[in-house]
Design a protein around this ligand. Structure first.
Ligand code: CA
Ligand code: CA
Length: 302
């Protein structure tokens, strides 16, 4: 796979970022001081310019890094392990247009564990769901932006808290920049917690632009971020299975649509295939029927 390939058929290219490496001034924090010279930052919106549009994604955050955890990951020649990607088409920007009749959606997927998004086996299930949603929206003439992230910001003092902050800010920058943009977030396992935190923090300002937050088998064991936040007004689609120890759970609230997917099937070995078996935690995000259900329900809301 080419180094800048997103793993999404709807948007084949991507700008990858290893978030801790945004600490360009080396003071073990990622914040506005690192955005003073945007030429040092990734081209997040893929417009060919490293400028203030890209700096916005760093200006709004202030994240403490852990020098030991960050290690030498960002030194010259070391292996890069991006946990954030913004997808785009071959010759177009990661932007949307907001003319009078335009509709646009940001589809943001958050995987459970991510090691290196440049490996397209990583976050494969979440990527497939994001891809299916992007294709469905494009079929409805929406302009789209696709983002895939892990649930941990490696090298941060608190990796989960830091990813919550990073993604809330990234979504906010997009929603402010494109007034017609709506948001669908999909989170699996630990990423389900992150997705709920995002919706909770975005609801007050952007609640009417959150089309849906889709959570698959939310797992909060070993999650060190915000376990208290639950969206109260925007739609939460809670997909879960109960056949193994790492299982999601039904959520009883007026804004929650539950789907017990325990009766659905997925390949035994997840994205690597194998015979069809009842879904388990690690294959829930690889189930084609679950994916299609999500697409149908989310699109019906739009
Ligand atoms: Ca810094
Ligand atoms: Ca740019």
């Amino acid at each position: 796979m080419a180094c800048n390939s997103s793993g999404l058929s709807a948007k084949p290219r991507a700008e990858f970022t290893q978030l801790a490496c945004l600490d360009v001034n080396g003071d073990e924090r990622v914040n506005a001081d690192d955005a003073i010279d945007p030429s040092l930052l990734p081209d997040f919106n893929a417009d060919g310019a490293n400028d203030g549009d890209d700096a916005s994604f760093v200006n709004g955050i202030d994240i403490q890094l852990n020098a030991a955890a960050k290690g030498d990951a960002c030194t010259e020649g070391s292996k890069r392990l991006p946990e954030y990607l913004v997808a785009h088409d071959f010759f177009s920007r990661a932007e949307v247009s907001c003319g009078s009749d335009d509709r646009a959606v940001l589809v943001l997927g958050i995987a459970g564990g991510v090691g290196n998004l440049q490996d397209d086996d990583d976050a494969a299930g979440v990527r497939d769901i994001v891809d299916a949603l992007l294709r469905a929206y494009e079929g409805e003439e929406y302009d789209t932006i696709g983002i895939v992230a892990g649930s941990a910001f490696y090298g941060a003092e608190n990796a989960h808290t830091a990813m919550e902050e990073w993604l809330v800010n990234a979504a906010t920058v997009h929603l402010e920049r494109f007034p017609c943009l709506e948001l669908v977030t999909v989170g699996f396992s630990h990423g389900g917690v992150t997705a709920e935190v995002m919706a909770t923090r975005l609801e007050a300002a952007y609640g009417d632009r959150i089309l849906a937050t889709v959570v698959l088998d939310r797992v909060d064991e070993f999650y060190n971020g915000d376990l208290a936040s639950m969206p109260a007004t925007s739609l939460l689609i809670n997909v879960f299975q109960t056949s193994d120890g790492f299982a999601g759970d039904r959520v009883n609230a007026p804004n929650v649509l539950n789907f017990d997917a325990s009766g659905e099937f997925a390949p035994r070995d997840g994205h690597e295939g194998g015979p069809m078996e009842p879904v388990r935690h690690v294959t829930l995000d690889n189930s084609k029927s679950v994916r299609q259900w999500i697409v149908n329900v989310v699109l019906a809301r739009s």
